[in-house]
Design a protein around this ligand. Structure first.
Ligand code: GDP
Length: 326
């Protein structure tokens, strides 16, 4: 990145469809340096009016379920139909292992070289909060650059699925038939946030098994209270490898969005996401300020020691810390 960040050039580049300037803009929003954050905020303010038009879809599933094969197959179909597809990833493990397993371009060989697609690996932004922030901001950039489908991939671990569900219109849960009980190993929480469920690898000798698993999941979902009164999450068998059922899965994603759009829930969901995002940033920035405040830094070791020793109630120490920030 140039030493002096030219926000004008980045704005024009993103809006004008320059891939290299788009990549630079993403690098800027991923950065945690204070001067980069300021420039990123300027850039985002300018691009925000041009964002919002894409279908935002989260795609989750445990490693090996076929996410990259699915995204490669779905993405190339969508670009063939004239869509422009952005593939982003939220992988908090990348912050620990320094190597992302998601969004690796080699996993999506065709899509990575498709002029109408843009595949971006998970940012390495320290924490899940940092990764989520960078990804949400990258969605704004992608939409301003004219991508009309944004796929956000995540793995089925911990909080990352929740974080992704909070930045998309439709959350697609990818699973496979398992021997025995199909529900085994599927957390109830993931079914609660899934808008569409796809049972992948429904091909060859596994097809029957996948259909059975889909029926079982359908029955399980019927027992749960749906997140929206106007939508019951469908469970669809598909094969990312043969392409069978992929059109049905995408049709369900589109139908979900159209249904929510019709009831006004889509606008409500996005508005609530924006406000949630604002508060997430307030929390992050407040913590940053606390950590970097000289007065707080000076007093903190003593306060922590007293709390640890049991001499000071944590609530009193918390208040002292906040008062120090003034
Ligand atoms: P990810 O870890 O969720 O991204 O899974 P991958 O896309 O890397 O797929 C894991 C393995 O499953 C690979 O060997 C794929 O070739 C295979 N696979 C993916 N989708 C299908 C499918 O629809 N049918 C079959 N039979 N295999 C699949």
């Amino acid at each position: 990145m140039a030493r002096q960040i030219d926000v004008d050039a980045l704005t024009e580049g993103v809006l004008g469809g320059s891939r290299s300037l788009l990549a630079r803009a993403i690098t800027l929003v991923e950065s945690q340096r204070a001067d980069h954050r300021l420039a990123a905020q300027d850039l985002l303010s300018r691009l925000q009016p041009h964002a919002g038009a894409a279908r935002r879809v989260g795609i989750s599933g445990v490693p090996g379920v076929g996410k990259s094969t699915f995204i490669e197959a779905l993405g190339t179909r969508l670009t063939a139909d004239g869509h422009r597809v952005a593939v982003l990833a939220v992988d908090p493990s990348s912050t620990r292992t320094k190597g992302s397993i998601l969004g690796d371009k080699t996993r999506m060989a065709r899509l990575s070289v498709d002029d109408n697609a843009f595949v971006r690996p998970s940012p390495n932004a320290g924490t899940l909060g940092g990764v989520a922030r960078a990804t949400r901001e990258t969605i704004v950039l992608m939409e301003a650059a004219g991508f009309d489908v944004v796929l956000v991939e995540t793995v089925g671990v911990g909080q990352s699925e929740i974080a992704v569900s909070e930045m998309v219109d439709t959350f697609l849960f990818l699973t496979i038939a398992r021997t025995g009980d199909a529900l085994q190993g599927i957390k109830k929480g993931i079914l609660e946030i899934a808008d569409v469920v796809a049972v992948n690898k429904a091909d060859g000798p596994h097809e029957k098994e996948a259909r059975g698993a889909a029926a079982e999941l359908r029955a399980a979902l019927r027992l749960m209270t749906p997140a929206s009164e106007s939508w019951r999450p469908p469970v669809l068998p598909c094969s990312a490898q043969t392409g069978a059922g992929l059109d049905d899965v995408w049709a369900a994603v589109e139908k979900h969005r159209a249904t929510l759009d019709g009831t006004g829930e889509l606008a409500d969901r996005r508005a609530a996401q924006q406000v949630g995002w604002m508060w997430a940033m307030v929390r992050d920035q407040l913590m940053d300020r606390l950590r970097s405040d000289p007065g707080v830094r000076e007093k903190l070791p003593t306060l922590e020691r007293e709390v640890r020793a049991g001499g000071l109630p944590p609530s009193v120490a918390a208040r002292t810390v906040l008062d120090l920030l003034g």
